[in-house]
Design a protein around this ligand. Sequence first.
Ligand SMILES: CC(=O)N[C@H]1[C@@H](OP(=O)(O)OP(=O)(O)OC[C@H]2O[C@@H](n3ccc(=O)[nH]c3=O)[C@H](O)[C@@H]2O)O[C@H](CO)[C@@H](O)[C@@H]1O
Ligand SMILES: C=C(OP(=O)(O)O)C(=O)O
Length: 418
Amino acid sequence: MDKLVIEGGRPLEGEVVISGAKNSALPLMAASLLAPGRHRYQNVPELRDIRTMERLLAHMGADSGRENDGMLVIDTSRVHLPEAPYELVKTMRASVLVLGPLVARFGRARVSLPGGCAIGARPINLHIKGLERLGAVVELDQGYVTASAEKLRGTTVTFDVVTVTGTENLMMAASLAEGRTILENAAREPEVADLAAYLTSMGARIQGVGTPEIVIDGVSELRPGTHTVIPDRIETGTYALAAAITGGRLKIRRCRPDHLETVLRKLEAAGVTVQKAGDTLEVEAANGIKSVDVKTWPYPGFPTDMQAQFMALMTLGRGTSVITEQIFENRFMHVSELRRLGADIGLDGRSAVVRGVPRLSAAPVMATDLRASASLVLAGLAATGATHVSRIYHLDRGYERLDQKLRQVGAKIRREKE
Ligand SMILES: CC(=O)N[C@H]1[C@@H](OP(=O)(O)OP(=O)(O)OC[C@H]2O[C@@H](n3ccc(=O)[nH]c3=O)[C@H](O)[C@@H]2O)O[C@H](CO)[C@@H](O)[C@@H]1O
Ligand SMILES: C=C(OP(=O)(O)O)C(=O)O
């Protein structure tokens, strides 16, 4: 197992190029199951989750590989086994994204239940309820969801809570259903819009994307297409915070600042200078950090996937910050580790009360999920001394070449065997 060793206390300076979004690429890859043939994706990051999705699709009979220019090509002509086994699903919850496409195209699917994870129980009841509304017969058997439907039929589905992958699963299934499906209280995340853009290029008829009501008119078949994945807004935000927490200055290139408005406004409120120009963001923190409060919320609210990293920044704020997690019931696993670095954080139900301290100092820390790991890396970049972050396989799920990109902008960070 690898760990990261970070010698902190150096302001980051220079340029970082943002990779394609993991949370866009995964549903886009699942969408390849909707139409036999060669699907071509540009800007897919090299990540552990992407390789897991390739293995999952391969299990079903798909072929995939990269072309010389990095284009990921998935050929679904020979898919014959509509099944997602436990061994793969347990390593990546996003595997559940194959459920909708499989039922829609093959009339049946057998997908392992993902189970809980470090950040919460994360049920998929709304995915299942939605598929049932579309006419699928769904059963739970020995830890697997089996769903079957001769033909899905359009209907209205109202989500009890906003669910990103739930919206994506149902949008894919409804694209091949008979008639019109209306998804109410749908997710508005940019990744949902990116998936809708690809589905539309495949021949799907989708309206209302980016609003809480998505209308899908089913078509009888879809065709493979070519698509460029949007830049990763969470990676972008993480580097913006890396500049801020180290008192540095970063030019963040090939990103979409408009997908990160809420985070950028909070950064400005914290006294950080943020300049947007097209697909470039410049972030500079010359005068320290002011404490600000944050509440996570579905898009366009403050993303839960940035909560842990923002908390790392707030540990060094002037004043007290209240950070409230409203999406997942257990997404504070980083708190005890940040405390090991000298942070002063109290927990009160769904809120963390972060009293800023003048400095953090290095310690060995360990993370239990992807963004918690990122928050520890940020804290380590600011802390004095050498911070050892273990279990970085979490980071490798979601950040492409994180250590290399940070080294390029002046961080002293290396990967070591534990
Ligand atoms: C691969 C991917 O895109 N992952 C993202 C996606 O996860 P994911 O799509 O799994 O998260 P959801 O949006 O579904 O979860 C939001 C809330 O709804 C609840 N819920 C969800 C589905 C369901 O059937 N029943 C239910 O109760 C969840 O437990 C959670 O409390 O959105 C999350 C919220 O922005 C992000 O943190 C994840 O990075
Ligand atoms: C929670 C995340 O991912 P996943 O939904 O794949 O677990 C994330 O990207 O922060």
